[in-house]
Design a binder for this molecule. Structure first.
Ligand SMILES: [Zn+2]
Length: 339
């Protein structure tokens, strides 16, 4: 059974736009479905892609901005009824994502918050988020089983915060192992997404190959290290020159540059990572007619010797089993002369 990637949604930023769903991707490994981010429309896109909700195994959140988690409640709650094999509930959907940050980030004179929402817990982590979803939907979870056969709500979901160790200057971090079982190894590193700390990138290694999801990040050395030699790098992309032409001022653009990788930079990231295919996603601007797919691919592919693909909602890639692939010639090992 091959590993398959499906882009469920490719829009960046929370604002809904016609023609693109919010950021979300699925990776099917040995019949199990892993979802990375749950942006707007993710559950509907999951169904439209022909995926089975009773095969949903785990969800990986890159960070806790709304465009990445807005439809997590739906992804958990809409298919609740099928999360059973007739004898009892299926294993809970696992949700992995960032832990609580050490402290609530502060702003500055230009960009700052006025009201702090939920001051007793102003920066929840992934486990907090899932607990709040269950609490917020307690009516549904407690009352619906009285009128309809439902699996035990207590078995619906398990959330895990991913603890990313503090980074040492000038030293590449060892990726955190998130999942390691017979079918898939999932590892993560922290990336750089403005004040959204921690923000994560994920790498999935399977018997068929490897796929890396950048999450939202400016150019990040640890992501480049994580993605070394991957078959596919699904990378966010922004066109800062477009945003400038459409009214973004210098202060906002400087923020954007700290949040995102520009279209002029992403090919260099893919080249340095040595990936086989770069697939663009999480577009800014998100409107499909703002920048054509051909233009995205051409500009992003500059400086990249592999394949550059402008991702779109519903795009699929199948990774061939390793034994069907051409063996990769590796450079002969050089004996160390260090003493
Ligand atoms: Zn985003």
């Amino acid at each position: 059974m091959a590993t398959e990637l499906v882009l469920l949604g490719t829009a960046g930023a929370p604002m809904p736009v016609p023609g693109r769903g919010g950021i979300s991707s699925a990776l099917i490994v040995a019949g199990r479905v892993f979802v990375v981010d749950c942006g707007r429309g993710s559950p509907s896109a999951f169904a439209a892609a022909g995926l089975d909700f009773d095969r949903l195994d785990a969800v990986f959140l890159t960070h806790l901005h709304a465009d990445h988690i807005g439809d997590l409640p739906g992804l958990l709650l809409y298919p609740w009824g099928v999360r059973t094999d007739g004898h009892g509930p299926l294993a809970p959907v696992r949700v992995y994502g960032p832990s609580r940050p050490g402290a609530l980030p502060a702003g500055d004179a230009v960009f700052h918050r006025q009201t702090t929402i939920c001051p007793e817990q102003p920066a929840p982590g992934t486990a907090d988020l899932v607990a709040h979803i269950l609490a917020g939907y307690a009516y549904h979870l407690n009352v619906m089983p009285l009128d309809s056969h439902m699996p035990d709500a207590g078995a619906l979901v398990r959330a895990t915060d991913i603890a990313v160790p503090a980074r040492w200057p000038d030293r590449s971090p060892v990726p955190v192992v998130v999942v390691d079982d017979e079918a898939v190894l999932v590892t993560a590193v922290a990336v750089t997404h403005g004040r959204a700390v921690p923000a994560l990138a994920y790498r999935f290694d399977t018997a068929d190959g490897s796929v890396v999801f950048s999450g939202d990040t400016s150019v990040n050395e640890d992501l480049i290290a994580l993605a070394q030699g991957a078959d596919i790098l699904v990378h966010q992309v922004a066109d800062l020159s477009y945003l400038r032409r459409h009214g973004m001022d210098d202060a906002e653009l400087a923020r954007m540059a700290a949040l995102h990788t520009d279209v002029s930079q992403v090919g260099g990231v893919a080249e340095r990572a040595g990936v086989r295919e770069l697939i663009l996603s999480h577009y800014l601007p998100a409107e499909p007619d703002a920048v054509t797919e051909a233009e995205w691919a051409e500009r992003a592919g500059a400086g990249f010797s592999g394949i550059t693909t402008a991702g779109r909602d519903g795009l699929r890639r199948t990774l061939a089993p390793q034994h069907l692939r051409r063996p990769v010639m590796s450079a002969p090992e050089v004996a160390s002369t260090a003493d």
